[in-house]
Design a protein around this ligand. Structure first.
Ligand code: MG
Length: 372
């Protein structure tokens, strides 16, 4: 199980039209896929996101030289060291070493993690609602119509990037059309104060299809979260950028959230991510993994959600869906896994149990030129 070789595949796609959330626009999508290969021939894929010049230099000069010759089974030690240099790289390395271990054992990722508790995991279509076009609301509604015709029944839409009046007009149009068809998540990306968030309640109280309100406030405003949680008629969710169980704990102890949203890529490895996910069960709240930045991270989020114990009596009602990016982003198609009617069948084969489209690695390879 000695690590013998590591290939890196930096991928870049420039967007035809930038899109975004309350924090601004994205002009490109990128990811770094890498393959860790052991002397015995077993291999595993890792994934991480950052500016590609930073990642490629970091891998070539520091992470790869460190890993070569190490035992793939020493995952926790290796990930702990790399997480001091680059947390997302450490998360990716933990993915690769987890897959190698599953292949060595001849089991699927869910079997390695104690066995799946469900055969399917619900996914919601996740939108970046804003463009700089004057008719952004129309394009947003068209994208939503497409996702619904593709079978999604849960969607996440952005708020907080325009005035309250403009955002509320957008969501009211959406609701007029689709309130009976979809469950809706609204995500403000931490852009409101408590008063602005509370001003939505006059609408929320007439919208029974809201699944949750996501990150209305900065996540360190725990007292305001508690107040909102007591005031609003919809559940509150958050935590996609938190990096460890210790950062979720105060929110849970103080009763500030109904749904926690750990992200595979923001923790120092899958093991730390799963610790955070399990906290939801310790505190009797829901867990819905955030999975915006990559197809491999999302696949691991699906395995982890499938292995979670059922959540109370609501098991089976889709209340803990995983995020599914439906914007222009070719890298969400890297693996042969597609939702059907808003659910994904959890792969059962050895290792990941799905194939990677290696042609895409060639087609989207970053040319090494600096981009902004
Ligand atoms: Mg969010």
């Amino acid at each position: 199980m000695v690590i013998e070789r590591i290939e890196i595949h930096p991928l870049l796609h420039r967007l035809k039209q930038p899109y975004g959330d309350a924090n601004g626009y994205k002009k490109y999508r990128s990811c770094l896929l890498f393959r860790v290969i052991t002397r015995s021939g077993l291999d595993g894929w890792g994934e991480c996101i950052d500016w590609l010049p930073t990642l490629t230099l970091g891998f070539e000069q520091r992470i790869i030289p460190y890993l070569l010759g190490k035992q793939a089974t020493d995952r926790l030690q290796l990930v702990a060291v790399i997480s001091k240099w680059h947390r997302r790289a450490a998360a990716g390395v933990s993915m690769a070493l987890t897959e190698i271990l599953a292949k060595r054992a001849g089991v699927s990722i869910s079997e390695l993690w104690g066995g799946r508790r469900r055969a399917t995991v619900p996914v919601y279509a996740s939108f970046q609602s804003y463009t700089d076009a004057p008719d952004w609301q129309n394009s947003s509604l068209q994208r939503i119509a497409q996702a619904i015709s593709d079978g999604f029944r849960q969607i996440k839409v952005k708020i907080g990037g325009r005035t309250l009046a403009e955002d509320q007009a957008h969501i009211s149009r959406l609701q007029a059309e689709y309130q009976d068809t979809v469950q809706l998540v609204l995500d403000a990306n931490q852009s409101y104060d408590a008063a602005a968030a509370a001003s939505w309640e006059r609408l929320f109280c007439n919208w029974p299809n809201l699944l949750w309100l996501e990150e209305p406030l900065p996540m360190d405003r725990r007292a305001d979260y508690k107040l909102l949680r007591a005031t609003l008629s919809v559940p509150l969710a958050g935590g996609e950028n938190l990096q460890s169980g210790s950062q979720f704990l105060p929110l849970l102890v103080e009763g500030a959230l109904d749904v926690i949203q750990p992200d595979t890529m923001h923790h120092a490895g899958l093991d730390a991510y799963r610790d955070s996910l399990q906290l939801a069960r310790q505190f009797g709240v829901r867990a819905s993994s955030h999975a915006y930045d990559g197809a491999l991270s999302r696949l691991y989020a699906i395995f982890a959600q499938a292995c979670l114990a059922p959540w109370s009596k609501m098991e089976g009602d889709g209340s803990e869906p995983v995020e599914w990016d439906v914007m222009e982003n070719p890298f969400t198609r890297l693996f042969s896994l597609k939702p059907v009617k808003g659910v994904v069948h959890v792969p059962q084969g050895v290792g990941l149990g799905v194939e990677m489209d290696e042609e895409m690695l060639r087609a989207y390879r970053w040319d090494g030129r600096i981009y902004q």
